[in-house]
Ligand binder design. Structure first.
Ligand code: SF4
Length: 405
């Protein structure tokens, strides 16, 4: 194991367990309020308590996001919420608003504070400022390159966290009004409608209904559509630079993204300790990351500011060649699954193990968990048990996938 923490998103309790199964050292999640991902599912206070206990039992840290930019009317409810959170004892509260930082120190004095990337920390004096105001860890702005990260590391003692994978905002540190202007949904209050991914065309004032493409190809253009961040090849530099935590974006992303990304980065981080296996592990991890839906990958500001090669002008997304078909809810040789896609006897499926390996198996029979009856077809959302050839000892919260043909 490396000393650098791998920090994964957990949009709900099931995702939290999947992230832990695939090797996250820490997870972050939001409550139903005051977190910048209002549509992520998020956790009730009871679920937050359950999540923290589950994390403790698995030796994993639990961080709770309270990272909205608060308005005056939010302050009283946030104060109450922080005091309730404090009793549950998360390993940190993630904030971006200085007012909420002050409230956290007051209402939850024993809970460490992590600063969100939305606070836009781009230099060591800002980092020092936050450190002096009681911040234990700073998630640096995504607009920084590795040299600037190294420089900040030399100047401060607070922990540093850096985003290594996931969607990028075209706006500065996610401070963006585009969604509010175009759709009435405020990104700064967790309800972004992602209009930066829309296709745009130009309309001349006196020719209503006539739309001109901004790009020459005549299909319109996704002018704000950034490729996704992927720093899988740069982990050694980040570890050597003294970064404490490597963060994966995506509380709203699906379980296949989560399992694939966490296990790819886990394996590659661990392989940094063994030069013999590192090249082959990295190659496998890169292949794995190409199997999930993405907007293609960019290293963003890592070496130099991005340019047009780091944008995806001609379409919103790349389709994934694999589909998640089920999550293992109860492990063993005849596992119980919650399905995400149709499964039939004789289907050829792949069990995703933690070490970047997978085992192909054939479904021999399917039974409905509630009735115990044999069925010929399971639909998405069903709870089933399956027989498999060859026999595999399935672990809970693992994923099963199949080729997207
Ligand atoms: S519209 Fe795009 S750039 Fe703006 S906050 Fe939403 S995702 Fe980020």
């Amino acid at each position: 194991m490396t000393t650098c923490e791998l920090l994964a998103p957990a949009g709900n309790l099931e995702k939290l367990k999947i992230a832990i199964r695939y090797g996250a050292d820490a997870v972050y999640f939001g409550g139903k309020e005051f977190s910048l991902r209002a549509k992520a599912g998020n956790l009730t206070l009871e679920e937050i308590e359950e999540a923290i206990v589950y994390c403790r039992d698995h030796g994993v840290k639990a961080y709770v996001t309270v990272n909205i930019f608060a308005r005056n009317r939010d302050l009283m409810p946030v104060r109450r919420y922080l005091s309730l959170l404090s009793r549950l004892g998360p390993d940190a509260i993630i904030v971006s608003d200085p007012g909420i930082l002050a409230l956290s120190r007051n209402q939850a004095p024993n809970v460490p504070i992590h600063l969100s990337t939305q606070a836009n920390t781009t230099n060591y004096l800002s980092a020092l400022f936050w450190q002096e105001h009681g911040v234990k860890r700073i998630n640096l702005a995504r607009e920084l390159g590795i040299e600037e990260i190294r420089h900040i590391r030399q100047k401060i003692t607070a922990e540093l966290e850096v985003f290594i994978h996931g969607a990028l905002c075209i706006s500065y540190s996610g401070r963006c009004m585009l969604s509010l202007y175009l759709t009435g949904r405020d990104a700064n209050r967790g309800t972004c409608a992602h209009p930066c991914r829309y296709s745009y065309r130009l309309q001349e004032e006196k020719r209503p209904g006539e739309f001109f493409p901004v790009e020459e190809d005549g299909r319109g253009t996704y002018i704000f559509n950034s490729k996704d961040l992927c720093l899988i090849k740069r982990l050694r530099e980040l570890v050597d630079a003294g970064v404490d935590s490597l963060k994966i974006e995506g509380r709203m992303k699906g379980i296949f993204y989560l399992a694939t990304v966490v296990r790819a980065y886990r394996a590659t981080l661990d392989a940094l300790l063994d030069d013999d296996i590192y090249p082959s592990t990295l190659k496998k991890a890169e292949r794995e990351l190409s199997l999930i839906s993405s907007r293609q990958y960019t290293e963003n500001f890592f070496d130099h500011p991005p340019d047009d090669k780091d944008m995806l002008y001609n379409g919103p997304k790349v389709v994934q060649p694999y589909l998640p078909v089920a999550v293992v809810i109860k492990g063993g040789k005849r596992p119980q699954l919650r399905t995400n896609h149709v499964i039939r006897p004789h289907d050829e499926l792949e069990y995703m193990d933690t070490d970047l390996s997978e085992t192909t198996f054939s479904v021999t029979d399917i039974r409905d968990v509630k009735t115990g009856r044999r069925i010929e077809k399971a639909l998405s959302g069903d709870m089933i048990s399956v027989g498999c050839r060859p026999e595999i000892d399935f672990a809970p919260f693992s994923l099963i996938r199949k080729k997207n043909v």
